[in-house]
Structures are given as structure tokens and as C-alpha cells.
Design a protein around this ligand. Structure first.
Ligand SMILES: Nc1ncnc2c1ncn2[C@@H]1O[C@H](COP(=O)(O)OP(=O)(O)OP(=O)(O)O)[C@@H](O)[C@H]1O
Length: 279
């Protein structure tokens, strides 16, 4: 099990009792952090129905960095939302560790997301009235948990924000705001971090910094990261890239390079590959 995901002696036995306040621990099943089987998502009904995911089987190894790519409309966001418990699948199964999402009612699903999943979004999603530090510890504050000071210091130092903790988001650059978001995702020691186009609003220097942080979280903390991206350079920071087309998983690459990612995209959808080259 990755170091960051190991549980301490907190009392998770509350799970299953009437007043659930903490999500249950999750455990890796054969080294797999998140798994989907036959994952299907249909929007609408009848003739207007859209099959966004069409029976996706995929495993995300614990302590690894995986990128999800594919042409526009191929189902990347839908897949991430279903994997992260932000949306319910129409059919099939998603397990985060040994927790089967379909078996959780809305309240338990919310707890699982709050306590076991970290999120990084394209638009940072920071609260403007709060300082950087308050934004970072917000998931803990919502859960009524106190930050572990040593861990908080380590996370803040890792993202290079020690001197910026009292600044509000409007006083920070885009790259700094996204680093706050990465720290906020790490602070709960989540089972998995889902990053949805985390560099989509950043210039290439700030992008490289955020990608380096995600990479470091995997390499030095054992964090599991799953990232949706359109950017072959971003995807090349991952250990593995999985490619969607028309709601199906069609290819994957290990040890990706930007060139190999572009070549694979070009086979799936020449227009998308052209965009990625900046044509
Ligand atoms: N709420 C919705 N209602 C109806 N159809 C939807 C909805 N959300 C997504 N879709 C459709 O599902 C398909 C997959 O969409 P999704 O957003 O997951 O693709 P994507 O690969 O993330 O696209 P992009 O790269 O453009 O962001 C598309 O055909 C989209 O139009």
C-alpha cells in the first residue's frame, strides 16, 4: 500500500452506525487503487440518448500516475466523474479500493469523496474570501478534523507556498493558485487524486511546475493520481496513458513520451492531434 494512503489509528468504526461522520478506510485490492468494470453512462432516453461510456474496464494501479486522453466528446470527463463518485454510472461497477460506489448511499458517497478523494480542477475552485492556508485545510475543516502540523508543513513546503499562506487567491498567480489546489488535494492524504485538466488554464512554465508536483506526490509520497488532459506534454508526465474513443477504452501507453502520445492521438482523431500540436 502506498505510504500516503496508509491509515492511522483514527476511529473509522463509526461507519455503518447511525451517525456516520468519517468515511471507512479503503484498502488496495491486489495493488489496484481504483477499478471500473463494464462502466456505462447513458445520458437522456430514446432517440436523444447519448452513450458517453460504453462498457469501460480499467484499473488504476496504486502509487502510479495515470493520464486519460482522447478526442473531444470521447467520454474523459464522464469517466472521471463516475470514477470519483461525482456522478452515478448507468451500469457497471466502480471500486475505490474495496469500496463499491454503487453500494453507497448519497451520504456515504459524499463522505468517501470528502475523506478519501482529492480533486484538482482546471479552474482551481478556491474560495476567494479565504487565505491560501485556509483553502488548503478546508477539506479537513469541513470534516471537523485538525490538520497534522508536520504534514501540513511538508505539503506547503512541497508546493512552495510557505511565504504565501496569508495571501488570498486574487493575490496569487494562476500557477500559485493551482499549487494551493494541489496542496488542498494532498492535505487529507487521500486514497486517490483526480485532476481534471489541471494545467488547462496555465502557461507552460506554471504547467510544468504543477505537473512536477503531481509527479513528486506519486514518486515521494506514493500518491495515486489520475489526470484527464488534452496536452501530450502533460500526459507524458504520467506512468501510463489510457485513451478513450467513443466511450470505449481503445489504447494505452506505458512510459509515454509526448511524441508517442501524439502519434496515438493521431490514429484516433487527426483533428485532435492537430490541435495538440498547436496547428
Ligand atoms: N449532461 C449531459 N447530457 C447529455 N450528454 C452529455 C452530458 N455530458 C456529456 N454528454 C455527452 O457525452 C459524451 C462524452 O462527454 P465528455 O464530456 O465526457 O467528453 P470529453 O472526452 O470529456 O470531452 P472534451 O474533451 O470535449 O471535454 C459527449 O457526446 C457529450 O456530448
Amino acid at each position: 500500500m502506498p505510504a500516503i494512503a496508509s491509515e492511522t489509528s483514527e476511529t473509522f468504526h463509526l461507519y455503518g452506525e447511525q451517525h456516520v461522520s468519517v468515511a471507512p478506510p479503503v484498502h488496495a485490492v491486489a495493488g489496484v487503487a481504483v477499478t471500473a468494470r463494464g462502466l456505462t453512462k447513458r445520458y437522456g432516453t430514446g432517440q436523444a440518448a447519448v452513450v458517453a461510456l460504453d462498457g469501460v474496464d480499467v484499473d488504476f494501479t496504486a502509487g502510479r500516475f495515470t493520464a486519460i486522453m482522447g478526442p473531444s466528446g470521447s467520454g474523459k470527463s464522464t469517466l472521471m466523474h463516475c470514477l470519483a463518485g461525482l456522478d452515478r454510472a448507468t451500469a457497471g461497477s466502480v471500486r475505490i479500493g474495496d469500496a463499491e460506489l454503487a453500494q453507497l448511499d448519497d451520504r456515504r458517497l459524499t463522505l468517501l469523496r470528502r475523506d478519501r478523494v482529492g480533486f484538482v480542477f482546471q479552474k482551481f475552485n478556491l474560495l476567494p474570501a479565504l487565505t491560501a492556508e485556509e483553502n488548503i485545510v478546508l477539506p479537513l475543516a469541513i470534516a471537523g478534523r485538525r490538520p497534522d502540523p508536520a504534514w501540513l508543513r511538508q505539503v506547503v513546503a512541497a508546493v512552495g507556498l510557505t511565504e504565501r499562506l496569508r495571501h488570498r487567491p486574487a493575490e496569487l498567480s494562476g500557477g500559485q493558485q493551482q499549487r494551493v489546489a494541489v496542496a488542498r488535494a494532498l492535505v487529507t492524504k487521500p486514497w486517490v487524486i483526480f485532476a481534471d485538466e489541471p494545467t488547462g488554464n496555465l502557461d507552460s512554465r506554471a504547467s510544468a511546475e504543477v505537473l512536477r508536483l503531481l509527479r513528486e506526490a506519486v514518486d515521494t509520497l506514493g500518491q495515486t493520481v489520475v489526470m484527464v488532459t488534452h496536452d501530450p506534454v502533460a500526459a507524458a508526465h504520467a506512468d501510463r496513458v489510457v485513451f478513450l474513443a467513443d466511450g470505449r477504452l481503445v489504447r494505452e501507453l506505458t512510459a509515454p513520451t509526448p511524441e508517442r502520445v501524439l502519434d496515438t492521438l493521431a490514429h484516433l482523431d487527426p483533428a485532435t492531434a492537430g490541435d495538440a500540436r498547436g496547428w
